[in-house]
Structure formats: C-alpha cells, structure tokens
Design a protein around this ligand. Structure first.
Ligand code: PRT
Ligand code: ZN
Length: 295
C-alpha cells in the first residue's frame, strides 16, 4: 500500500465492532466513529481504520486494501475455504473476545441425533466451506442448503433436517427447539495480517500495537489481590492464588500472628477461590483490576 499509515480493517457494525473499537482505544488510539464513512482517521498515530462488513476483512487484508484486520476466526477459516486461491491472510494474534462455536444442531424431535445420522440429509448453513470440509473429512454424504441468515428456522420450515450455525449462549437454539450435537469449530476474534513485508515504519508501528494489545489482554486477565491472613496459613493461601509468583508479605501493626499478603494473579479469581481463602482464615480480601501491564 502506498500510504505510510497503517490501515486496520474492522467490522463497521455488528457483534465484533464495539469490542474491536474498545480494544484499540485501550491501546491508546484516539478516534471517533461517526456516520457512514468507510475510513476513520486515528488522531494521535499514523493509523487509519477501514470500516467494512466482517466477511470482506480477510480478502481486504490478503489483497492489500488493509495491512491488518480484526475478524472472527470463523469468518477467516470460511473465507479461506471458499477462496479460489489461498488467501494471504493468517492469524497474528488471538484476541479473546467474541467467543462462539460453529455447531451442528437438530430438532429435539427429529431423525438426526448425531453426526452418523447425517448421511442422505440436508444441512442448512451460512458456512458452506467449513461445513463441507467437516463432511468430506468424515466421508458423510449430506447436502448443504446455503442460507444468508435465519438458519435456525430451516428445520421448522422443512428445508433441512439440521443446521450448522454459530452458537454463543445457546438461547437461539433453545428458542427454536434445536439441540447442538457436535462442535465443528471454536472461534474468537483474531488479528490477521498477510505475509507481505511492511515498510519499516509500519512494521515498527504494528509491533508496538501488538505489544500494547498483548498488555491489554494480559492486564484484563490479571488481578491484584490483597488480604490479611494468619501467618500459619500463608503457604496454604499462596497455593490457592491462581498464577501468582511469590506474594509480598507485610507485618500488620499490633498483631503478632496476622500478616498482610499482596500478590499479582495472572488468571481470573473466581468467587469459589475467595470462599476457599476465607475458609483458610483470610480476611479483608480485596481483588483489584490492573489497568496496564508491560513486561
Ligand atoms: O454485517 P456484517 O456482515 O459485518 O456482520 P454479520 O451479521 O455477518 O456478523 P455479526 O455481527 O452477527 O457477528 C460477527 C462475528 O461475531 C461472527 O462472525 C462471530 O465471529 C462472532 N459471534 C460471536 C457471533 C456470535 N457470537 C453469535 N452468537 N456471531 C453470530 N452469532 C449469532 C448466531 O449466528 C445465531 O444466530 O447469534 C445467534 C446465536 O446466539 P446465542 O447467544 O443465542 O447462542
Ligand atoms: Zn458478515
């Protein structure tokens, strides 16, 4: 690309859009998305945002309309499989949001209960590439009915015996009397790029951006925990803290047997862990978010 501004393809509107914008803002990029514009300019860095439909993102990255992009892994894999020649777009980083599964599902009352019942049936899907590959690898002879949306309605109107669609909470399947019987792909948002060389300035900027994204993801999973505990229980309490190095132990004024313990935990701390800590004698337990991290 001729411009020396790094161009990032993002979904303009939809399930990926807000989290993608929020991630970039957490990385220090200042921009405003308004109106129907295709391009938004980042004010404080040489970066432009190309705002498009998610399905176009892998092709735009492969064809040099954008340097990098944020897209669901499901869309990347599908576009790779339906492309006539291999797309020059691969995962550079997993981003951990927009998690979902591409699953086969069928009516609770119906002839398809598992993958072995699919032979000779019709499967409705918006993911013909991924579904066809799944079937061919397993030697299943089923017909695909390609749809652009509302796939969950296909069995009830009699155009297919099962569907292959994205599932996150499972509420849509349940509302339509469908049950998932096989996951064929697990997906999350990913940062994609091509194998092309970038100019040194863009390559530096991309490395810096990826470093910041890494910091944002790590800090969102990392917590700072503070608590008071009996000295005798420090070892047992430390063993319960997920992903923490040696904690800082501070004596408590006016107490011989209690200490204050502070630690960075690199994994989520669940309520169950707090209850277990309390059972070991920990008191005044605080779990604090960490805003930024750089190692
Ligand atoms: O307009 P554009 O083409 O850009 O957007 P789109 O309508 O194709 O996609 P969009 O915004 O719906 O989804 C973008 C991406 O979000 C997907 O490609 C996935 O990577 C991710 N994602 C995560 C999901 C879901 N969760 C999801 N639940 N995409 C779609 N769904 C749909 C699913 O198709 C089904 O209809 O939500 C319904 C099921 O949800 P539950 O919670 O009821 O199980
Ligand atoms: Zn789409």
């Amino acid at each position: 690309m001729v411009t020396d501004r790094l161009r990032i393809a993002l979904q303009k509107k939809g399930r990926l859009a807000d989290d993608s914008f929020a991630l970039l803002k957490s990385c220090g990029l200042r921009f405003a998305i308004r109106g129907g514009g295709l391009l938004a300019r980042v004010k404080n860095m040489p970066i432009d945002l190309l705002l498009v439909r998610d399905d176009d993102i892998p092709n735009f990255v492969a064809n040099d309309a954008a340097d990098i992009g944020i897209v669901g892994e499901n869309v990347l894999v599908e576009e790779q499989l339906v492309a006539k020649t291999k797309l020059d777009a691969d995962i550079a980083m997993r981003l951990g949001f927009s998690r979902c599964k591409l699953s086969l599902a069928a009516p609770d009352i119906g002839m398809v209960k598992s993958a072995k019942d699919l032979d000779g049936t019709k499967i409705a899907t918006t993911y013909p590439g991924v579904t066809a590959k799944y079937l061919s690898v397993r030697g299943i002879d089923a017909k695909l009915v390609e749809m652009k949306g509302a796939v969950e309605l296909a069995p009830s109107i009699g155009i297919a015996q099962s569907i292959c669609d994205l599932v996150s909470s499972g509420a849509t399947l349940e509302a339509n009397g469908l049950t998932a019987f096989e996951t064929i792909l697990e997906s999350e948002a990913v940062l994609i790029r091509s194998a092309r060389d970038l100019s040194p300035a863009k390559a530096d900027l991309l490395a810096k951006l990826m470093n910041r994204i890494d910091g944002v993801i790590k800090s969102s999973e990392t917590k700072y925990i503070m608590l008071n505990a009996p000295k005798s229980q420090v070892a047992a309490i430390t063993a319960l803290l997920p992903g923490s190095d040696a904690p800082t132990i501070i004596p408590l004024a006016g107490s011989d047997d209690l200490v204050a313990l502070q630690a960075v935990c690199t994994e989520n701390i669940f309520w169950e862990t707090l209850e277990d800590l309390k059972a070991l004698g920990a008191r005044a337990i605080l779990v604090l978010p960490i805003e930024k991290m750089m190692s």
